[in-house]
Design a protein around this ligand. Structure first.
Ligand SMILES: *[C@@H]1O[C@H](CO)[C@@H](O)[C@H](O)[C@H]1NC(C)=O
Ligand SMILES: *[C@@H]1O[C@H](CO)[C@@H](O)[C@H](O)[C@H]1NC(C)=O
Ligand SMILES: *[C@@H]1O[C@H](CO)[C@@H](O)[C@H](O)[C@H]1NC(C)=O
Ligand SMILES: *[C@@H]1O[C@H](CO)[C@@H](O)[C@H](O)[C@H]1NC(C)=O
Length: 263
């Protein structure tokens, strides 16, 4: 009985991890993404807390290249012109090598054998991983896509193109970046998961959309001031203009301020 269930779980783990529908470049090859035992595959919603630290990634098939890069991009950054959205690079790590033996990964979605991508040479991340933090703005749920790119034999000029592209994390366009770095067609596996802000959406002008009243101050102001403590001060002040501390709207407004620092 136990073994039957185990088999079912293994089968379920075989569920595809892939890039989100409509996203290009697209990949249908499983990129396994595991946050300390929590499987974050194929568009599932995972909690923000789960995704604070960088995941282990791997593939089900053994890769034959010598060097790989992973990128993670938020495809649903709110803008001041909803429903328009922007993108944001969350992670770019080069110099990964595929393990030659598979590791048994035990996750919330069962158990599977995965060839992990390892940073054995301790290559410094181009963009160190920072976790999802979707603000209380539309869209409340964000898709985070992870892309594994074969960078075997990447030349120095192309590596430099990746570093340059990563400097502008906002508006990060994967297809264009891969093209600039001579990496078109080198996407070998992909995945995505969602993280959702459980609060109430706040309009771009800072008004809680459901109550139609509340904070003053624009999102633009927050963006420019949104670094750590400064943004909290701005937002608390703004929230005080119409939203009671402790109310859901206050929480949403405060959250909107905090997250502008690092969506
Ligand atoms: C790796 O395998 C793929 C598919 O089998 C093949 O197209 C590719 O040329 C191989 N790469 C190397 C470096 O052997
Ligand atoms: C997963 O579980 C199996 C069987 O219980 C165990 O042998 C293996 O070491 C576990 N893997 C990890 C990475 O903990
Ligand atoms: C993930 O986020 C996208 C963009 O907001 C949304 O369209 C989609 O419904 C979300 N997926 C889930 C499972 O909530
Ligand atoms: C803020 O935006 C909302 C929704 O678009 C709108 O109803 C409201 O009037 C705006 N408030 C201000 C102060 O501009």
């Amino acid at each position: 009985m136990v073994s039957v269930r185990f088999t079912a779980l293994v089968a379920a783990t075989g569920v595809l991890a892939k890039t989100p529908a409509g996203f290009t470049p697209a990949s249908q090859t499983d990129l396994i993404v595991d946050f300390g035992g929590v499987s974050a595959l194929n568009g599932v919603v995972v909690s923000k807390g789960t995704t604070n630290s960088q995941p282990q990634i791997g593939t089900l098939a053994r890769l034959n290249g010598t060097s790989y890069a992973v990128m993670m991009v938020d495809l649903d950054i709110p803008t001041n012109n909803p429903p328009e959205t922007n993108t944001l690079l969350h992670w770019m790590q080069t110099g990964l090598t595929p393990a030659t033996t598979a590791t048994q990964l035990n996750t919330t979605k069962g158990s599977s054998k995965v060839f992990l991508l390892e940073n054995k040479a301790n290559v410094a991340a181009i963009t160190p991983y920072f976790g999802p933090n979707p603000p209380a703005r539309v869209p409340l749920s964000h898709r985070y896509t992870q892309l594994l790119v074969d960078t075997s034999g990447l030349g120095e000029a192309d590596a430099e193109a990746l570093r340059t592209a990563a400097q502008t994390g906002r508006g990060f366009d994967v297809a264009s970046v891969l093209s600039k770095a001579g990496l078109q067609g080198k996407l070998v596996a992909g995945n995505s998961f969602n993280v959702t802000n459980g609060g109430q959406a706040v309009a771009a002008n800072g008004t809680a959309t459901a109550t139609g009243r509340g904070a003053t101050g624009t999102a633009a102001t927050r963006t420019s001031t949104a670094t750590g403590r400064a943004s909290q001060t701005v937002v608390r002040g703004a929230a005080g203009d119409g939203v009671k501390p402790g109310s859901a709207a206050f929480a949403a407004v405060a959250l909107a301020g905090w997250v502008m620092a690092g969506l």
